[in-house]
Design a protein around this ligand. Structure first.
Ligand code: FE
Length: 129
């Protein structure tokens, strides 16, 4: 069973809660990790699950941190999202179910994928840590 929403509200910041638990989207170009170019691991801000490596991060120009691959099969899940009059593929954390962002088919080689992820849903761990 997942954690109760009231517990998430206590653990997360208001901004993290809005994105991870209520599927909101942060303003583009507002995220702290957008221009981060350090080597390391992007983990879920809710549960620390390993999501994306710095080696797959690229500048998509979208205003959100973008990656062309997930770290492993345990990182994320996807499902169809028909909200806001669009059909998109939502990306959630496979461990805690938190909303991370969406994935599109206009990314670079070798996957052709663009994981468009809210910075506030991520924490970054330096390779040295
Ligand atoms: Fe998570």
């Amino acid at each position: 069973m997942g954690k109760a929403e009231k517990d998430w509200k206590l653990e997360l910041t208001a901004e993290q809660y809005k994105v991870l638990r209520e599927c909101e989207t942060e303003r583009p170009f507002s995220g702290k990790l957008l221009y981060n170019k350090e080597r390391g691991m992007y983990v879920c801000a809710g549960c620390r699950n390993k999501l994306f490596s710095s080696e797959t991060k690229f500048d998509s120009g979208s205003g959100w941190p973008s990656f062309w691959d997930k770290v492993s099969e345990d990182s994320i899940e996807t499902k169809t999202d028909r909200s806001h009059g669009m059909t998109r593929t939502e990306v959630t954390c496979k461990k805690c179910g938190g909303h991370l962002g969406h994935v599109f088919n206009d990314g670079p080689d070798p996957t052709g994928l663009r994981y468009c992820i809210n910075s506030v849903a991520l924490d970054f761990k330096n390779q040295e840590d």
